[in-house]
Design a protein around this ligand. Structure first.
Ligand code: ATP
Length: 326
């Protein structure tokens, strides 16, 4: 055997050397890149998402959350920076990424069922019409719309249209779900049911999720990590809050966990008091001070839940210790 053959043998890679499932590097979005007087909407947006992770992003209106999601979806272009998913640069839309928009974006001439079938057919062209229909119906049933399958979008309420959009995205079983405030238009009961369904689906499929929400409680229930975005212009991912509560969470009991209020208070405190950059950082951004700006390139990772846990004198579960490893 030659040396070349020897080195070509497969070898194990240490898990921490494996590239993240989604890598976002140096994203900048500017609507007037040639005009130095117009600041970019956001800049220096850097983050990674591991396969199977559920990540929520929270920030005030207009900071650029939907724009980031659209860039991840391949529906918008960054002015600078790149997105790599599963080793390939994102350069356009793909059936590997399912998107649920704030506005449902259904095809108005098609019934709810046909809207869902459309994506299923594109994903699995080899399936028979009966199989496509049955698959689409399963997802319409999941969102409670089995009886409304033949209705056109104009015959559905806003919340029902949103549920068709959710069924359409979930039905193509994409590797990654990109959800732009998907539950905002739903009543509390439906919202809870679909949150539970979403958790069950991603647990079963190992899908990776990036979700925009304005609801702090929703983020704590669903997310492994909550990314906090500072105010724009020149917004950034200021902090990444790790949700160190065990992953099996339920709406009815999550607030009994000693970590819950510490995480919640941390998120609310950021939104109310810390979303604007500190004066020194704001001045450096305006002055283009690269040295100071560089200190704020990478978001700080924080685990406020663990502090609360330490204060309660309980023994952390093995699960928790594993999740809190740096
Ligand atoms: N075509 C455009 N031209 C100029 N500015 C734009 C354009 N589209 C969006 N913007 C600006 O980009 C910024 C980011 O918008 P985006 O919708 O991404 O924010 P967001 O954080 O998702 O807001 P919300 O929470 O209200 O949905 C906003 O300030 C918006 O005014």
């Amino acid at each position: 055997m030659t040396t070349e053959q020897t080195t070509a043998q497969p070898y194990a890679i240490a898990p921490d050397l494996v590239a993240p499932f989604l890598q976002v590097e140096g994203l900048v979005k500017s609507y007037a890149p040639q005009d130095p007087k117009v600041a970019p909407v956001f800049e220096a947006v850097n983050f990674d998402i591991q396969k199977g992770e559920f990540v929520c992003i929270i920030g005030h209106s207009g900071c650029g959350k939907s724009t980031i999601l659209n860039i991840l979806a391949g529906l918008d272009e960054a002015t600078q920076g790149y997105v790599i998913m599963n080793g390939k640069e994102v350069v356009g839309p793909s059936l590997d990424r399912g998107v649920v928009f704030q506005s449902h974006a259904l095809m108005p001439w098609m019934s709810a069922l046909k809207n869902v079938e459309f994506g299923v057919r594109s994903r699995w062209p080899e399936k028979s019409p009966e199989e496509i229909s049955a698959h689409a119906m399963k997802y319409l049933d999941m969102v409670g719309l089995g009886k409304a399958a033949q209705k056109k979008p104009h015959e559905l309420s806003g919340g029902m249209k949103q549920r068709v959009g959710i069924a359409r995205a979930f039905a193509i079983q994409p590797q990654m779900l990109l959800l732009d405030e998907p539950f905002g238009a739903l009543d509390a009961l439906t919202r809870g049911t679909i949150q539970d369904e979403l958790l069950q689906i991603v647990k079963a499929t190992g899908q990776t999720v990036f979700m925009i929400t304005h609801d702090v409680d929703e983020a704590i229930l669903l997310a492994d990590k909550v990314m906090l975005m500072s105010h724009g212009p020149r917004a950034r991912i200021a902090e990444i809050v790790e949700n160190t509560m065990p992953r099996e969470r339920s709406r009815s009991t999550v607030h009994h966990d000693p970590q819950y209020y510490a995480i919640r208070n941390h998120l609310v405190d950021f939104l109310v008091h810390r979303a604007s950059p500190a004066p020194e950082e704001a001045a450096s951004r305006l002055a283009g001070n690269a040295a100071v700006a560089a200190q704020h390139q990478q978001p700080t990772v924080v685990r406020p839940g663990l502090k609360a846990l330490a204060a309660t004198d309980t023994t952390p579960s093995l699960n928790l210790l594993q999740r809190s490893a740096p």
